[in-house]
Design a protein around this ligand. Structure first.
Ligand code: PMP
Length: 414
């Protein structure tokens, strides 16, 4: 239970001191201003040490050995499942499949849940603002079955057209999918409202929580969705970690997607029987060190408090947005009233990649490109945007540095 009050101010300097990489310089001594957190977050010492400690002191495989090390490794891995399940509000750790990230989670749902249920004429409902990880897996299984993917529209300010989304629900829809927070627009979608509408129509809802779990308090049961996917590296954890939460009764109906060791009950050459979820979906040796690190990341985030993280990032969003508006010709893409600290922008007369390259020379790391969201780029009729994405460890001074670098770049490019 997180009892930290959102109002208690954070000691940002002390927090930053726990992230070695934030002290780095680039391009001949320029202090790094890391504003690419939606891409991946930096890691605190406790996470780095947990991974290091695993390989130095505990390296063994899970579930296969009765020796002390094997038991310790298994304890770490299953302990991480417990920590993560509690963190996202799961009813039980048995509802949480540990995956390599969101992409693995959506593909698991596509092949194990959706594919056996699809028939010609069926529909998967997604939205125009989704990451490719929440579009392409559905397209691949739809192509095999004669079903199709349709996308709910958004409003020009980057808000989901909720009425249109709900209007597109119906008996032909076999799965609805929506991002909790857009990685490009920052829009926070009204997931609980969408889940209630989906339930009324008997349509299961998958939520892509990649950009939500690191930034907001998340309670999957309170949201009322059926699947919730997230990725560890955006929440200060190691790459190659993440999870898929699903209702127990849904997981119980899903056949395995990957076969191999650890996911079976009994194997004979004529056929096999499978373990109960979640082991059924975790064939092979998992990223044990990574999950040891991810459990530490969760403890670290909980130590700060997700409410305080959300409040701090809202302050940064307000401050940085106001500062960016000072740049002549700068257009922000995504101005939903309810949004996370992600600011996509374009500057008149400058290509996003050129801009990002010049910002980088000043030490300011932003992402430029399509952000794995081609349909959204098409909707706004732009080839690419620059994106500054903040984390709780960023500062107002870094937003100022972004502004200064932008003004300098603009002068060069104009
Ligand atoms: N969905 C969203 C909204 C994302 O931002 C990302 C990562 N950029 C993903 C899915 C995919 O996450 P991963 O590559 O870690 O599987």
């Amino acid at each position: 239970m997180n009892v930290v009050l959102a109002e208690t101010p954070l000691d940002i300097a002390a927090l930053r001191a726990q992230f070695p990489l934030l002290a780095r310089t680039v391009h001949g001594g320029k202090p790094l201003v890391y504003l690419d957190n939606a891409n991946t977050a930096q890691k605190p010492v406790c996470v780095i040490e947990a991974v290091d400690r695993f390989y130095r002191e505990r390296n063994a495989n899970v579930s296969r050995a009765v020796h002390a090390l094997g038991e310790e490794a298994t304890g770490l891995y299953e302990g991480a499942r417990d920590v993560l399940a509690r963190f996202i509000g799961a009813g039980s750790a048995r509802e949480l499949v540990l995956t390599s990230g969101t992409t693995m989670a959506t593909n698991l749902v596509a092949y194990s849940y959706l594919l056996p249920r699809l028939a010609p004429g069926d529909v998967v409902l997604t939205t125009v603002m989704e990451h490719h990880a929440n579009i392409v897996p559905w397209q691949i299984v739809c192509q095999r079955t004669g079903a199709r993917v349709v996308a709910a529209p958004i409003h020009a300010n980057g808000e989901l057209d909720v009425a249109a989304f709900i209007g597109m629900l119906g008996p032909q829809v076999k799965l609805a999918c929506v991002t909790h927070v857009s990685n490009v627009l920052g829009t926070i979608n009204p997931v609980a409202e969408l889940a209630a509408a989906c339930r009324k129509h008997g349509v299961p809802l998958l939520v892509d929580g990649s950009q939500a779990v690191p930034h907001l308090p998340v309670d999957v049961r309170a949201l009322g969705c059926d699947f919730y996917a997230f990725t560890g590296h955006k929440m200060c954890g190691p790459t190659g970690t993440g999870g898929l939460w699903a209702r127990r009764e849904i997981l119980a109906q899903m056949p395995p997607f990957f076969g191999g060791g650890e996911m079976i009950r009994e194997v004979r050459i004529e056929g096999s029987t499978f373990a109960d979820p979640p082991a059924r979906f975790e064939a092979g040796t998992p990223n044990i060190a990574g999950f040891a690190g991810l459990a530490e990341a969760v403890r670290f985030l909980e130590g700060i408090g997700m409410a305080r993280i959300a409040a701090r990032e809202q302050d940064l969003l307000r401050y940085a947005t106001a500062r960016l508006r000072e740049v002549p010709g700068l257009r922000i893409i995504g101005e939903a009233p309810h949004k996370a600290a992600v600011i996509s922008f374009m500057v008149e007369g400058a290509h996003a990649h050129d801009l990002a390259t010049l910002l980088d020379l000043e030490g300011v790391a932003v992402r430029s490109g399509h952000h794995c969201a081609h349909p959204l780029m098409r909707y706004y009729d732009v080839p690419a945007t620059c994106r500054a994405s903040f984390a709780f460890y960023n500062t107002e001074a870094e937003a100022d540095a972004l502004l200064d670098a932008l003004l300098k770049a603009r002068a060069l490019l104009a």
